[in-house]
Design a protein around this ligand. Structure first.
Ligand SMILES: C/C(=C\Cc1cc(O)c2ccccc2c1O)CCC[C@H](C)CCC[C@H](C)CCCC(C)C
Ligand SMILES: C[S@@+](CC[C@H](N)C(=O)[O-])C[C@H]1O[C@@H](n2cnc3c(N)ncnc32)[C@H](O)[C@@H]1O
Length: 277
């Protein structure tokens, strides 16, 4: 790995932070409650706003995903990892790892002979991921490195990874082309990226059902937890996202081959798989 990436690890039950460029220093304990979310902060127009949004929702993120998808997101995440082609002994990257669902699945796939880099720019999400790593203790999770960093400027040398996964991350990135270029750069030739996200379906009916579910189920339940604007952002970000065909075109434009987008759950979700040359 290269650059001044920041890594998170546990030591004597305390969370601490070190970078390749500095000596270890202590992080504040992970916050257990979301900070207040004033209305003016809740829009997510740019990367800084989005980082704040994901920091704020971190304490409820996993529970709301389980509740609102009726546990289905766990199946979709298994599909994403399976499509990535990751196997025993591989070195893999989970980009925009959040609280680490895909990271843990990758870790089990590649085993102790492999390595998993899990990168996110939200320190609160990484704190939860790192705490879950301790809680869920599984020996193979030793192969995980949590990295605080920017998906648009990856702190890795070229041709480093055997597979990359991105779960619900691409839609949230300002510059999707740059993100895909960075992924292509760090992938070994012939390796795959697997990108799971909400679908922006071509079917008006599916779009209507998705919007109805967000307006009438997702946002009201999130509001109960104090996160109305944060979850309203879902609808905006999906409407501004790329359709499956557009994702395939983007991947091919930046130099991937065999780019194919698979609709999941009737197109409510989707997964792009693309191979590096
Ligand atoms: C794991 C999921 C979404 C992660 C996620 C991504 C984001 O970009 C967010 C942005 C802002 C707030 C939250 C998120 C966020 O949680 C996917 C599932 C979770 C959804 C919250 C529930 C989706 C409801 C679907 C429209 C319909 C589900 C049908 C299902 C078959 C019951
Ligand atoms: C919706 S969450 C997905 C988390 C996880 N992959 C999952 O599937 O549950 C999106 C994540 O992308 C991260 N993210 C957004 N923009 C980013 C960027 N420019 N660099 C790094 N992480 C970013 C957020 O902090 C957030 O944790």
């Amino acid at each position: 790995m290269v650059g001044a990436a920041a890594f998170l690890t546990h030591h004597h039950n305390s969370l601490y932070f070190f970078s390749s460029a500095s000596t270890p220093r202590f992080l504040p304990e992970p916050r257990l409650r979301a900070s207040p979310s004033p209305a003016k902060q809740s829009g997510a127009c740019c990367s800084t706003d989005r980082r704040k949004l994901f920091n704020r929702i971190a304490p409820v993120y996993d529970n709301l995903n389980d509740l609102l998808s009726l546990g289905q997101h766990r199946i979709w995440k298994r599909m994403c990892v399976s499509w990535s082609g990751a196997k025993k002994g591989d070195t893999v990257l989970d980009l925009c790892c959040g609280s680490g669902d895909l990271t843990f699945l990758l870790s089990e796939k590649v085993g102790l002979g492999g390595e998993v880099a899990a990168l996110d720019f939200s320190r609160e999400q990484l704190s939860i991921a790192s705490a879950r790593q301790q809680l869920l203790w599984n020996d193979c999770y030793k192969n995980i490195k949590w990295i605080e960093g920017d998906a648009l400027n990856l702190p890795f040398e070229g041709s480093y990874f055997d597979a990359v996964t991105v779960g619900y991350g691409l839609r949230n990135l300002d510059n999707k082309q740059k993100a895909m270029q960075e992924i292509l750069r760090v992938l070994k030739p012939g390796s795959k990226v697997s990108i799971l996200d909400f679908g922006k379906s071509n079917s008006a009916l599916v779009r209507l059902a998705q919007e109805w579910a967000i307006d009438n189920v997702v946002v009201p339940i999130a509001s109960f937890h104090g996160f109305t604007e944060e979850y309203k952002y879902l609808k905006t970000s999906i409407s501004e996202f790329l359709t499956g065909n557009e994702q395939e075109m983007l991947a091919k434009d930046v130099g991937f081959t065999d780019a194919k987008h698979y609709p999941i759950a009737a197109g409510l979700m989707g997964n792009l798989v693309a191979r590096s040359r």
